[in-house]
Design a protein around this ligand. Structure first.
Ligand code: AQP
Length: 336
């Protein structure tokens, strides 16, 4: 039996939740609706640890001059979106070295065949052919260590990460079978919208595919992205009716538009009484309403650099304490 690691929060025992985000570019609405919005809902239910996973971000080519800015921006975007630092820990992965120490240990419990089945590895090694490296291949082991070092029990992620959480369970099961049942097997939690497609309508929205809408886009940039975005290809002319089910932008409408607006858009599209331009204008307004308060909070936080850095440092020091306890328990069990 796994030992249940739970923490007292407001007089109640809570399971530990872990999730991460890469500082590999602008946080986008795919990250928000696939993961971050769910993280916010779970803040009061779990003992939450969120990690800006910079070691994961170096598995693909990156600009070293931009890294610290991207880490800082990721922290600001997440806090602005609603990750209240009073209710969770938010820290940077490379600030707690036990993650990589445990990753090495867990690599000895991971089969090469399992790693080579990972869809993300196949896609990213294809996308970055000249840079397909061992770190990209062993990415899921580090992710397993990220979760296991805190004995994380639940992992809220987007659909693209389910396969990695499944592998994490298997790696941890292999470890537990060989030694004491030290590590809990984590379960994924999905948001109601676990896969947001990119503006290209062909791939999932991604930081590195340049098909994203940033979470803090200005109104002007928002419109620049939505105006030329693909809709149902049947709508060549204004009088051609369309099918919202075949329109990528309708999937965005479902994220932010009211029931009445959805009805209006369906009717307008299927009877050709509304053009794509007007449909996009409604969408643009609704995204802007979602982003407005996040942009305002971000503007304020960008001027409070010390506060943000303090949140990251304090969280890292609390996480380091937990990580040291886990690694020492693991080494003891392994005879190291
Ligand atoms: N399009 C998406 N739809 C739903 N969820 C998504 N997530 C990412 N894209 C979508 C979820 O967001 C969390 C953080 O993701 P990440 O930054 O750690 O890694 P990622 O999945 O690789 O995100 P990107 O944007 O595609 O980054 P790059 O281009 O750098 O690889 C995760 O829970 C993820 O599932």
């Amino acid at each position: 039996m796994n030992k249940e690691i739970k923490k007292m929060k407001k007089g109640k025992y809570m399971k530990r939740l872990f999730s991460g985000i890469q500082p590999s570019g602008t946080i986008h609405i795919g990250n928000y609706f696939g993961a971050i919005s769910n993280w916010i809902k779970l803040l009061d239910k779990y003992d939450c640890i969120f990690c800006i996973v910079d070691y994961h971000a170096i598995t693909i080519p990156y600009d070293k001059e931009l890294m610290q800015k991207r880490i800082f921006d990721a922290a600001v975007d997440n806090i602005s979106a609603g990750l209240d630092p009073e209710k969770c820990k938010i820290f940077v992965q490379s600030h707690v070295s036990e993650h990589t120490e445990l990753a090495w240990i867990l690599s000895c419990f991971t089969r090469m065949g399992e790693l080579s089945r990972m869809t993300q590895y196949k896609q990213k090694s294809e996308q970055h052919k000249a840079h397909a490296n061992c770190g990209l291949f062993t990415y899921p082991i580090l992710m397993t260590a990220d979760i296991a070092i805190y004995k994380g029990e639940v992992v809220p992620v987007g659909e693209d990460q389910i396969q990695h959480v499944e592998l994490a369970r298997e790696i941890i099961r292999n470890f537990n079978t060989a030694f004491d049942d030290i590590l809990p097997e984590p379960s994924e939690i999905l948001s109601p919208t676990p896969r947001i497609m990119g503006l290209d309508a062909d791939n999932k929205m991604s930081k590195s595919l340049n098909n994203h809408i940033s979470l803090t886009e200005t109104d002007e940039d928002l419109w620049k992205k939505l105006a030329p975005a693909k809709t149902d290809t049947n709508r060549q002319r204004l009088k051609d009716p369309g099918d919202p089910a075949k329109c990528n932008l309708f999937s965005y409408h479902k994220l932010v538009s009211s029931d009445a607006e959805l009805k209006q858009v369906i009717e307008g599209c299927t009877t050709a009484s509304m053009g794509c331009f007007d449909c996009k204008k409604i969408l643009c307004k609704n995204f802007s309403e979602l982003m407005g308060p996040i942009r305002d909070k971000k503007e304020k936080l960008m001027k409070e650099k010390d506060y943000v850095l303090n949140v990251l440092n304090e969280s890292a020091s609390k996480c380091r304490k937990i990580a040291k306890e886990t690694i020492s328990e693991i080494k003891g069990a392994m005879g190291l």
